[in-house]
Design a protein around this ligand. Structure first.
Ligand code: CUA
Length: 342
């Protein structure tokens, strides 16, 4: 190969790299970006796309050149020349990929380090995942919720816990995701920089209701967030004071336990505003049943199954997860809220 040919091949590779990169970078791979981490992650993806385009171009150009230059002439039945290696080419094809891979690794490391850095004024949110619901607790503000509220432009740290199997915390607009693993607390941070309604998606196959294991995410101004905390009976900015003076009726307490334990992730119950259909519709199956039946159905769900439902779907650990008082409250709540319905 002459020097002029080599220059032409390298030029072809660079032009092809540019063309492929321009086309690939037009595509909106990740959708709307809604956090400061998203910008870094998207830039990283763009750089990787250009690098991949370069590697792909080297392969394509050399393949095309070889097919054109070394094809067999018509009537040529002779064998090819025996070849004994080429030290310079071997060094090149070892060195170039090594440099590309090391660069990719170093750059990714740099980005990961940057987006995982904890800020001092971050909001703490404890996230509990279970089949098939999310539950959020704001320890500083003393609030629990099944909707994830976060203020805009403030870092939030999500401490993840799974009660049964592995789940995974993912808000696509924030880009970052992390698994929630039973018995092994993990945490991740995100700094939402776009207000609006988003969705938290479980992104680890966790059972029959995996695809419905979602929770609303509301990113709002700090003022709106503080107001929401107050409306929940919490204390904005932390301090941990309990809801003072608010009368906790059976309905409110029962609904709170119903949400917190994830019941609303699977069941329909008008009194709790729950509309899921993975498990039996409680407004249909509970009327006419006594409290003992309800209690048994919670702690030993396979003892008697509603028609059309299989055993082993509902977790059988609620007897351990609930305190005796919570179980009493939940049974009373379910009993009262369904016996009136006809
Ligand atoms: Cu939880 Cu998928």
């Amino acid at each position: 190969m002459t020097r002029a040919t080599l220059i032409r091949l390298v030029a072809a590779m660079l032009v092809l790299t540019a063309v492929i990169s321009v086309v690939m970078l037009q595509i909106d791979w990740n959708g709307v970006a809604g956090s400061t981490e998203a910008d870094d992650v998207d830039t990283l993806l763009d750089v990787m796309i250009v690098l991949s385009a370069f590697v792909y171009s080297i392969v394509l150009v050399m393949l095309g050149y070889s097919i054109w230059r070394y094809r067999a002439k018509p009537g040529d039945e002779s064998d090819g020349e025996p070849i004994h290696g080429n030290t310079r080419i071997e060094i090149a094809w070892t060195l170039i990929p090594t440099v590309i891979v090391l660069f990719g690794a170093a750059y990714s490391w740099f980005i990961l380090d940057k987006i995982e850095a904890r800020e001092a004024d971050r909001l703490e949110v404890d996230v509990t995942a279970q089949q098939f619901a999310w539950h959020f607790e704001y320890p500083e503000e003393n609030v629990t919720s099944t909707v994830l509220h976060v203020p805009v432009d403030r870092q939030a740290e999500f401490s993840l816990e799974a009660l049964d199997v592995i789940h995974s915390f993912w808000v696509p607009e924030w880009r970052v995701k992390k698994d929630a693993v039973p018995g092994q607390p993990t945490s991740m941070v995100a700094t939402p920089d776009r207000e609006g309604n988003f969705e938290l998606i479980c992104t680890e196959l966790c059972g029959v209701g995996h695809s419905t294991m979602r929770a609303p995410v509301i990113v709002e101004s700090p003022e709106e967030f503080d107001k929401w905390i107050q409306d929940q009976g919490g204390k904005p900015g932390g301090g941990g004071a309990a809801a003072g003076g608010a009368e906790n009726t059976l309905a409110a307490e029962g609904k709170q336990i119903f949400d917190a334990q994830g019941c609303s992730g699977c069941h329909t119950l008008k009194a709790a505003g729950a509309t899921e259909t993975i498990g039996p519709d409680l407004d249909e199956v509970l009327p006419g049943k006594d409290p003992d039946f309800i209690r048994t159905s919670i702690v030993d769900p396979d003892a008697e199954l509603a028609p059309g439902f299989q055993q082993g779907i509902m977790p059988d650990n609620f007897g351990d997860a609930l305190s005796p008082e919570e179980l009493d409250t939940l049974v009373k709540f379910l009993s009262q809220s369904t016996q009136g319905e006809k």
